[in-house]
Design a protein around this ligand. Sequence first.
Ligand code: KIV
Length: 311
Amino acid sequence: MTSPVRNGASPPRPRKVTVATLAALKARGERAVFLTAYDYPTAVFADRAGVDMLLVGDSGAMTMLGHSGTCAITMTEMLVFARAVCRGAQRAFVVGDLPFLSYQASSEDAIRNAGAFIAAGCDAVKCEGGARVADRVRAMVDAGIAVMGHLGLTPQSLGQLGGYRVQGKSLDAAERLLADARTLQEAGAFAILLEALPAEAAAYVREHLEVPVYGIGAGPEVDGQLVIAHDLLGSFVGDITPRFVRRYAELDTVIGNAVAAYAADVRSGRFPGPEHCYPIDEADAAAIRARRRIGSAVPRDRSEQALERVR
Ligand code: KIV
């Protein structure tokens, strides 16, 4: 039963999603909703909309910073995004994405950098790779950090994969993914994320694991779906359009139209209007007007005046 809100009291803080909540969702067969976020407003809006998990993804290199891939982003940049998202996420479980070379070189690096995400307010971290990062996963888990594994298309190893290619397209490939996923599960990962796999391969991996298995471009038979916020909202600037994306808004058009309308209003003098100006007593206004050099009339259409000057 929820406790009644007393008059004037702020509503109770929603109960935070934890690894136990995520395991319970899986046990009940309920799908978790997982979205990337890199800033405070997106985190607040997503949290209010009931998103269960937010990933502060290294995809922020592309979505937020305009890089052509994910490897360019640094821990310092990731932590700025992570702190902003954690301030906005009251309920959602926040996962910080370990960027390229923040965990590959040593377990000590992995613990320190994962620890920095936890100190920033994240609930867990994510790292890419299977058996080859199992030692790192074990080290982070032993340090008390919840770790999500990431298999399939792993953008930090795009050079090895030969580009953005669908993974797990045969039984052999699905078996290799399952072996990697099992190794991560044994190393203590609380969940596995599968990226860009045929639905059958993802379902196969999920069926053989105990931990929740989430998917981005891995079909419907997983324990929850992740999408990149900019793909969902239509605000990604770039020419990558994955097959698995469904756009729910056209923010590029909305933002472009809003800014163009603002620019037109500024140029024509329609903005700011009287309602945007701070009022003062009429006597004070009259006194100031009387001292003004160009008279009291506010130019109504500055673009026309500008044109007059050009003519
Ligand atoms: O950085 C990210 O958003 C990710 C997803 C693409 C899985 O790692």
